[in-house]
Design a protein around this ligand. Structure first.
Ligand SMILES: CC(=O)SCCNC(=O)CCNC(=O)[C@H](O)C(C)(C)COP(=O)(O)OP(=O)(O)OC[C@H]1O[C@@H](n2cnc3c(N)ncnc32)[C@H](O)[C@@H]1OP(=O)(O)O
Ligand SMILES: O=C([O-])CC(=O)C(=O)O
Length: 373
């Protein structure tokens, strides 16, 4: 047995995949052969959904067909809302979402069918229903009126509408579509790995996504986008943000939204795209002070720690300007990532090998239980 130990499995290859790859050297996030940044600038989220699930870039007919199929699955079992309404008002929205996804599994009749077709249909159902659990889970725990999905809006516009109750302006729908794209898939982060580990026991896609949701909640992963917004809101001005960051660093605290296991000391290309989106949106909404504050944060972290922002740093203020409550930032991340995780579960089930690593044992040996007298 090879007993080399890589803490955190850093740089360890865990799977063969045809889905995606981070080519850090060339600053490219490869998604089935395409550059994610090119897709995010020139395509739509549903193109990416088709690309991830079907394996190829769709024709416009195929994309429309997919959108109709997703829309036909919008409805949630009514009992699901009863489950969500039982949860306390102060429940964490990632716990609400995780509970909703887990409960959804109970309404499937053929969970044991792990064929490509059954998994594909499941992925479509999840893409239709997860945004509604995000939005209406939030309303349900607050005893607010639920917002029914609207089939006359695009998939993306409907998602934002269900959260805010307002039909988004075209610029808001476009920026949100770009957010969904940059969050859709990212090779083998902790949450996707968790999903693949779960799927490798031949467990089902709902279980894998539930596990991924638990992983994504953490601050070192998806939870960072909410922490970023809380930090930005705590600092009233650019000077206050700089002081807050310096104070945190002096206490050896991590600054959320900075650093990345794979990019290390290189920019996350997605963060740079979100920075552009923020500039655009902030100008339209007369919120340039928020943009300026974020730029100061980026400058301070580069100067003090040579750290670059990751996606969560610039996505957080974008979500904020789109009217998304901070508690829903990480749930929205999971909704966007549902397609990527589903593609990984499909791939894992198609060519499975149970994940079962070994350990480097550091505990005592040869102990005996005390004699019972
Ligand atoms: C979409 C996403 O999920 S992206 C990730 C979102 N998460 C965050 O933004 C949380 C903040 N960032 C971090 O905690 C880290 O950068 C991680 C978890 C993302 C990556 O961590 P790792 O690969 O384990 O990096 P590691 O912990 O080895 O960091 C290397 C050094 O940089 C420092 N560092 C890394 N990130 C940060 C940060 N955000 N703030 C301050 N210091 C940091 C570490 O303290 C460490 O310094 P040291 O060598 O003096 O101890
Ligand atoms: O890749 C990672 O480790 C985390 C991340 O950026 C993502 O999941 O989008």
């Amino acid at each position: 047995m090879d007993d080399t130990f890589y803490p955190g499995l850093e740089n360890v290859i865990a799977s063969e995949t045809q889905i995606s790859y981070l080519d850090v050297e060339n600053e490219e996030i490869v998604i089935r052969g395409y550059d994610l940044m090119d897709l995010a600038r020139n395509a739509k989220y549903l193109d990416l959904v088709a690309l991830l699930l079907d394996g190829g870039f769709p024709t416009s007919e195929r994309r429309n067909e997919l959108e109709q199929k997703i829309k036909s699955e919008y409805e949630l079992p009514v009992q699901l809302f009863s489950v969500l309404q039982l949860l306390p008002l102060n429940a964490h929205m990632m716990d609400v979402l995780r509970t909703g996804i887990s409960a959804l599994a109970c309404f499937e009749t053929n969970l044991d069918d792990r064929s490509v077709n059954a998994n594909y249909q499941r992925a479509i159902r999840l893409l239709a229903k997860v945004p509604q659990i995000v939005a209406n889970g939030y309303h349900a725990v607050r005893n607010e009126p639920l917002i029914q999905p609207r089939g006359d809006l695009t998939y993306t516009a409907n998602f934002l509408y269900m959260i805010t109750g307002q039909i988004p302006l075209p610029i808001e729908a476009d920026v949100f579509d770009q957010c969904l794209m940059v969050y859709s898939e990212h090779e083998m982060p902790n949450s996707t790995f968790a999903a693949r580990v779960i799927a490798s026991t031949q467990s089902d896609m709902y279980g894998a996504l539930t596990g991924a949701a638990a992983s994504l909640k953490g601050n070192l992963h998806g939870g960072a986008n909410e922490a970023v917004m809380n930090m930005l809101q705590l600092a009233g001005s650019e000077a206050e943000l700089e002081a807050l960051i310096l104070e945190k660093l002096s206490r050896k605290e991590r600054i959320m939204g900075f650093g990345h296991r794979v990019y290390m000391n290189k920019p996350d290309p997605r963060a740079m795209l979100m920075k552009e989106a923020l500039a655009h949106l902030a100008k339209q909404k007369n919120e340039l002070q928020l943009y300026d504050k974020c730029v100061v944060g980026e400058f301070v972290l580069k100067r003090e720690k040579n750290l670059y922002p990751n996606l969560d740093y610039y996505a957080a203020p974008v979500f904020h300007l789109l009217g998304i409550p901070t508690e829903l930032f990480t749930p929205v991340f999971l909704a966007a990532r549902t397609v990527g995780i589903s593609a990984h579960v499909l791939e894992q089930h198609e060519n499975n090998r149970l994940f079962r690593p070994r350990v480097l044992y550091k505990g005592p040996r040869n102990l005996r239980p005390p004699q019972i007298v």
